[in-house]
Structures are given as structure tokens and as C-alpha cells.
Design a protein around this ligand. Structure first.
Ligand code: PEP
Ligand code: MN
Length: 262
């Protein structure tokens, strides 16, 4: 179902009035983790003012260490709803466990993180819903494996899948991961699904978000997902790669001439 061969036209995934994979570039922005009402509402206001059309924020966090902040769980989802109500921005947030699916009933876009890309039972459950799913590429997965994961969701009847390249594990340690720009033309050639890029997790460095975003737009990406925090130094996760709202403003201004953003 994900195969371009049987669907020559590009698929547009609809989120309310928004279209992902249409003519306009979709910019999703927000913190790695939802931390408090003040934090998420302030960031939501700022990213919206800068031109983002969706708000990201994790409530269930797949952390490398069990001692790191794991997210606010149901309370985090509630805070995202408050930020959505305040700004009108649809919300994107990660699910890790099929048992939590009921909590995600009114989430606009459900994210499957890189570490869950091959959690096939989770993918099957998401296939039974009609929610748009943002499927991130695993840290060391091939394009074919990623498309098979999309297929798991689509096989269940849910064809609202958005693919996301977020950098892969290579021998390079300067960057957190290595952004695989080839993913854009390859995934768009093999499939008809929208492809978005996460330059924040790819680079792990805030100053690389702008050049990687520009490269992604030039290569044909349908959107970007960018981490923004009101106080990166104090962030409970991924502060080291997060942009400040002021930095995000500047990048959005400079991306505008390259793409129709809103
Ligand atoms: C995230 O979006 O904060 C995240 C955990 O991303 P990934 O699954 O790509 O590492
Ligand atoms: Mn993160």
C-alpha cells in the first residue's frame, strides 16, 4: 500500500485544515518533552508566531537511561491539549505502548519514535485507528524496513502515514546522528507518502538545524520537525540540540524564501 508503483500520485495527509505533502512546507516545532503548562503554552505561542503549523512535545519519552526524565505521561497530554486550545495548533506526540492508545484518542498526529519503528504490535494497533501517524526511521534501519513498517500501519486500513528521516547511526561522532538526505528522494521514489525531516535529532546541535533544514527543502522534503525550548539549558531532555524561540524566529524567516511555509 505504501508502494509508489500502485499509487502514482503523492498522498496528502490531512490534519484538520492542514495538508502534509501538499504544496506548502509543514513546520512542526516544540520542545522535546512537555515539562509544565507555562513551558508548553509559551513555546506554542512563540512557534506559532514564527509560522509553525503544528506543535510537538513528548509526554512518553524513550530515554536511553532509565534514570533520565521519562515524561509527564497523561498529564503531559493534558498540557498539550491546553496549549492546543490556547493556540489552535494541532499536536504531535509520541506513543510507546499499545496500552496507552486510549489516552491518545484526541491527539492530532501520533508519533512512532525511532526506537519503536519495528514495534510491530504497536504498528498493527495504530493501523486500526484513523489517526495520522508520524513514523520515524529507526536508528539503523534501511528504507525498505521503514517502508515495511509503514506497510504494517497501512495494512490495517490506516493510510495516513507520514515518513520522517531523523538521522541514522554512523561511525561519525561529531553529530548525534548523520542526516541521510538521500532518504528524501529515495522514499519519495519508492513510496507516495509525505516525507519530513527532523534536523534536530539528526544533528544534535542547534547551529546545524538551519543548514540541514535548507538542504532538506532543496531535496524535496514536505516538512520539518524542529525542537524549540524556552530555556534549552534547563530542558529536561534534548536541551543540547534545542533552539531558543528567538533562534527559531530567525531560521523561519530565512527558510521562507526557499519554501512556501504557511
Ligand atoms: C523525539 O522526537 O523527541 C524523539 C525521541 O525522536 P527519535 O525517536 O527520532 O529519537
Ligand atoms: Mn528529542
Amino acid at each position: 500500500k505504501a508502494n509508489r508503483k500502485f499509487h502514482p500520485d503523492n498522498t496528502e495527509v490531512k490534519v484538520g485544515d492542514l495538508v502534509i505533502g501538499g504544496k506548502k512546507l509543514t513546520v512542526i516545532a516544540g520542545p522535546c518533552s512537555v515539562e509544565s503548562e507555562e513551558q508548553i503554552v509559551e513555546i506554542a505561542r512563540r512557534v506559532k508566531a514564527a509560522g509553525a503549523t503544528m506543535l510537538r512535545g513528548g509526554a512518553f519519552k524513550p530515554r536511553t537511561s532509565p534514570y533520565s526524565f521519562q515524561g509527564l505521561h497523561a498529564e503531559g497530554l493534558e498540557l498539550l491539549r491546553i496549549a492546543r486550545k490556547e493556540t489552535g495548533l494541532p499536536i504531535v506526540t509520541e506513543i510507546m505502548n499499545t496500552e496507552d492508545l486510549d489516552l491518545f484518542a484526541d491527539v492530532d498526529v501520533i508519533q512512532v519514535g525511532a526506537r519503536s519503528m519495528q514495534n510491530f504490535e504497536l504498528l498493527k494497533e495504530l493501523g486500526k485507528t484513523d489517526k495520522p501517524i508520524l513514523l520515524k526511521r529507526g536508528l539503523a534501519n534501511t528504507y525498505e524496513e521503514m517502508l515495511m513498517s509503514a506497510e504494517y500501519i497501512m495494512a490495517g486500513g490506516n493510510e495516513n502515514v507520514i515518513l520522517c528521516e531523523r538521522g541514522i547511526r554512523t561511525y561519525e561522532t561529531f553529530t548525534r546522528n548523520t542526516l541521510d538526505i538521500s532518504a528524501i528522494p529515495v522514499l519519495k521514489r519508492l513510496s507516495h507518502l509525505p516525507v519530513i525531516i527532523d534536523p534536530s535529532h539528526a544533528a544534535g546541535l542547534p547551529w546545524m538545524v538551519e543548514p540541514l533544514s535548507k538542504a532538506s527543502i532543496a531535496a524535496g522534503a514536505d516538512g520539518l520537525i524542529i525542537e524549540v525550548h524556552n530555556n534549552p539549558a534547563k530542558a529536561l531532555s534534548d536541551g543540547a540540540q534545542s533552539l531558543t524561540p528567538d533562534q527559531f524566529d530567525g531560521i523561519m524567516e530565512r527558510l521562507a524564501p526557499l519554501a512556501q511555509v504557511v
